[in-house]
Ligand binder design. Structure first.
Ligand code: SF4
Length: 57
């Protein structure tokens, strides 16, 4: 499961840029998971998110 905490996300775009098959920036300017497949890129996005908004499990 991939989840983005909408409160924490600052919309930097890093996750969507590095892992476009997993994340998009929604109309609120926040990232949203568009896939529930936890792959290496999703895990990396969770690790790299500057505010720790992404959880993968
Ligand atoms: S990397 Fe984190 S803060 Fe940046 S858009 Fe993605 S979820 Fe939001």
């Amino acid at each position: 499961m991939i989840k983005v905490d909408q409160e924490k996300c600052i919309g930097c775009g890093l996750c969507a840029g590095n892992s476009p098959e997993n994340f998009v920036i929604n109309s609120n300017g926040k990232a949203e998971a568009i896939s529930q497949t936890v792959n290496a890129l999703a895990k990396e996005a969770a690790k790299d998110c500057p505010v720790g908004a992404i959880s993968v499990k």
